[in-house]
Write a protein that binds this ligand. Structure first.
Ligand code: GLN
Length: 288
């Protein structure tokens, strides 16, 4: 007897079981997402068409995606996209997946520079997918931005994202080590540097530790190496009335406040939606 054809309902069951066995927290919800991705069906249609039989191509794509997700590959790499600041961005292995808490680094400049038509000169150090640069250029239609990354792969993704959002003409993408190759001044500098202490990389969720780029995560022995490395560039590149917004990890605020205050910055903090001090706001201290 031929095996029963795989209906949407059966595929959903099988995928859920496989994801549960792999330790995925919400296996049913994720299985539904994968099925929707493969079939293109809206959530309610997935229910209404539960007895529809999947065609061979859909089944093959579903199996491949379920296998990758069961290995704990992040959903964003499977779907190839992620929303950030309501913008749809492309992502793939080689760039950090944009996180909601990083939107704190868009909110902070918007509060500091409320004039949206300002021709701000923006620098994004370690631009990755280009999420911060894209969101800021989107919010400031007369701004010009420079995105820097050490990874050519990341710069390619950033270029695709800026292009797709119609922002490419207002951005320059540069391969480099923080700001060393650049000259300023910039009104606004943003950065989401790697800030996970090397010894803590092993404890990250498999989605992060196994799949996301080390270059974007590994902050050295105490997690703060990148901040020390880019500090001289900030001093050199920030305009007199400029603002730098740096993402920081939970628990790093005190050490970083001390580091940047000692270098002559006034330091403020902005919390993310979870209440964690997430963004370090730096300005040049006024000369006495
Ligand atoms: N927030 C990231 C995490 O998942 C770390 C990102 C970074 O180091 N900039 O731990």
């Amino acid at each position: 007897m031929a095996p029963a054809p795989t209906t949407i309902a059966r595929a959903l069951c099988a995928a859920t079981r496989r994801l549960r066995e792999a330790g995925i927290e919400s296996p049913r919800a994720e299985a539904r997402l994968l099925l929707r991705h493969v079939t293109g069906l809206a959530p309610e249609l997935l229910v209404r068409e539960r007895d529809r039989v999947l065609v061979a191509d859909e089944l093959a794509r579903l199996e491949a995606l379920v296998a990758r997700r069961a290995e704990r590959e992040p959903w964003a790499y499977l779907s190839g996209e992620r929303e950030f600041w309501s913008l749809r961005l492309r992502v793939r292995p080689g760039v950090l997946v944009p996180r909601p808490e990083t939107e704190t680094l868009v909110e902070a400049p918007l509060a500091a520079f409320p004039e949206r038509t300002a021709a701000l000169r923006i620098l994004d150090l370690g631009t990755g997918s280009g999420c911060l640069l894209a969101a800021l250029l989107h919010e400031y239609p007369n701004a010009f931005g420079v995105g820097v990354d050490r990874s050519a792969e990341a710069l390619a993704v950033a270029a695709e994202n800026l292009e797709a959002l119609g922002l490419r003409r207002r951005a320059a993408l540069v391969r480099g080590d923080w700001g060393t190759a650049l000259s300023g001044p910039f009104d606004l500098v943003v950065a989401n540097p790697p800030y996970v202490a090397s010894g803590e990389l092993e404890a990250l969720a498999p989605e992060v530790g196994r799949y996301e780029p080390r270059l974007a995560l590994d902050g050295g022995p105490d997690g703060l190496s990148a901040y020390r490395a880019l500090l001289p560039d900030l001093l050199r590149l920030l305009a007199a009335h400029g603002l730098a917004c740096l993402e920081i990890g939970a628990g790093q605020a005190a050490a970083l406040r001390a580091l940047f205050a000692a270098a002559g910055f006034t330091v403020a903090l902005r919390a993310d939606l979870a209440g964690i001090a997430r963004c370090l706001l730096l300005r040049r201290a006024a000369r006495p």
